[in-house]
Design a protein around this ligand. Structure first.
Ligand code: DLL
Length: 433
């Protein structure tokens, strides 16, 4: 029995009453146990007693990634170390890693959330879950693993890498659910193909993919190549790991946020002002049940919008749109803002293009130069150079027409772009060097 499931269809008022009670407790504990929060509150002239309703949440100061870094490694923990049973860390591609901790109860909460996520994504206790998220400091592997066990499914803890061996396991064990990053899922299918294994003929029904942005067009591509239903899962280490929000397989349209544990807000990233439903901005989360590492108004830097529209699955929890990218991944090319996922959408519209691409940004003088490297199908590449040139021009035109950005397009041979076992590296920004 997965506890907490009743929250998913609760009337708004009842849910908000629970949220407020939990929020109060989190704020009081954060204030009492984490010097950082006390100082921040004091500087803002606010005490926990000033928070009288959910509407008062925006009065609290934000917490940023930099704040977590300043308190590296354990300065944000709200419980003594003897109560911490697990430590994870985010990869820290843009600086010092962020370290997060869990009490035994937090691990249990997280497992419950992941079980609920897997269920929303189509998994049942009768399923065999091939878990190709990386195990280790990254939260993907262990997060999905504990959730699968909590659900009562059978989990294969295969992690990322050893791709050929994974294909053999998939063929022999007959897993029915695949959990992986979308880019690694595509790589699995590609290697299967090289080994003469038809991926769509395997037993997979659902793929639960996340940890990196992927466009709707990429979803179509994956569903076709892998022969499964692809659903999106979202989360971040600072908030708990995967299992913060999840698409339902019924609608596949927006991710239900587990609001009995996390309160979402969308803010204008420039002014910090809270934006209404439907407007796109930066996602902010307050955790309301975590013990070891509570976050209060944490700025995720992820860009999305919230929708309270009822869903055909019956869940009443607010949905967030697919994350288009992080504000720090946004490229500003000669004044035009563009996310890699938007370029992905344009590329995936075209025939003979493979779902493997990389964006290279250089600076020549004062000008930013964007080069889009994308693989084309084998047949195309062996064709005449003239055809390739025509295709490059067509992609350049489409990118300009749809996104307003001038890009150089370079078609490359199949498998020319490095494959990743976890999150794909979509952007190489040479401007920072
Ligand atoms: O990526 C947790 C996770 C694991 C989520 C497995 C889903 C599946 P971090 O390594 O801390 O945690 O990275 C979090 O990844 O702020 C987003 O920018 C991005 N991200 C995560 N899920 C999605 C998604 C895990 N579904 C950061 N769509 C987040 C787009 C995502 N971006």
């Amino acid at each position: 029995m997965i506890y907490d499931i009743e929250y998913e269809t609760m009337p708004r008022e009842a849910l908000e009453a629970i949220q407020f009670r939990r929020l109060k407790a989190t704020i009081e504990r954060g204030y009492a146990s984490v010097p950082f929060y006390r100082q921040k509150f004091e500087a803002a002239g606010i005490t926990p007693g000033d928070i009288q309703s959910l509407d008062d949440l925006p009065r609290l100061p934000f917490t940023t990634k930099q704040d977590l870094r300043d308190n590296y490694p354990f300065g944000m923990f709200a419980v003594p170390m003897e109560n911490v049973v697990r430590i994870h860390a985010s990869s820290g591609t843009t600086g010092q890693p962020t370290v997060v901790g869990y009490t035994a109860r937090d691990v249990d909460t997280w497992a419950g959330l992941m079980a609920r996520s897997l269920m929303a994504g189509g998994a049942t206790r009768g399923d065999i879950i091939h878990n190709a998220y990386g195990y280790g400091l990254f939260t993907g592997g262990l997060g999905a693993h504990y959730g699968a066990e909590k659900l009562g499914a059978s989990v294969i803890p295969v992690s990322g890498g050893n791709t050929k061996r994974q294909v053999v396991i998939m063929k022999d064990f007959g897993p029915t659910i695949l959990t992986a990053t979308p880019s690694y899922a595509l790589h699995l299918a590609e290697v299967a193909d090289e080994m003469g294994v038809s991926f769509p003929d395997l037993k997979f029904k659902y793929g639960i993919f996340g940890a990196e942005p992927w466009s709707e067009r990429m979803r179509d591509e994956i569903e076709e190549k892998l022969g499964l239903v692809a659903v999106d899962i979202y989360g971040l280490s600072e908030v708990i790991g995967p299992g913060v929000a999840m698409e339902c397989y019924e609608a596949k349209k927006g991710l239900h946020i587990f609001e009995d544990h996390f309160i979402p807000e969308i803010i204008d990233p420039q002014t910090g002002e809270v934006l209404p439903y439907g407007e796109t901005g930066e996602l902010v989360f307050t955790s309301i049940t975590k013990e070891a590492f509570p976050v209060i108004r944490y700025r995720t830097r992820d860009i999305t919008a919230l929708s309270p529209e009822p869903c055909i699955c019956g869940r009443t929890m607010v949905r967030m749109n697919k994350v288009s990218g992080r504000s720090d991944d946004m490229l500003i090319i000669r004044g035009v803002n563009v996310f890699p996922s938007q370029i992905e959408s344009v590329l995936m519209e075209m025939k003979h293009i493979e779902p493997h691409y990389q964006l290279v940004v250089d600076r020549e003088g004062q000008l930013d130069i964007l080069t889009v490297m994308v693989e084309v199908s084998e047949a195309m590449f062996s064709d005449e150079v003239k055809t390739l040139q025509g295709m490059e021009q067509e992609i350049t035109k489409n990118i300009k027409d749809y996104l307003g950005v001038s890009a150089k397009v370079k078609l490359v041979e199949p498998k020319a772009i490095a494959r990743s076992q976890g999150k794909a590296v979509r952007v190489i920004d040479n401007r920072q060097i």
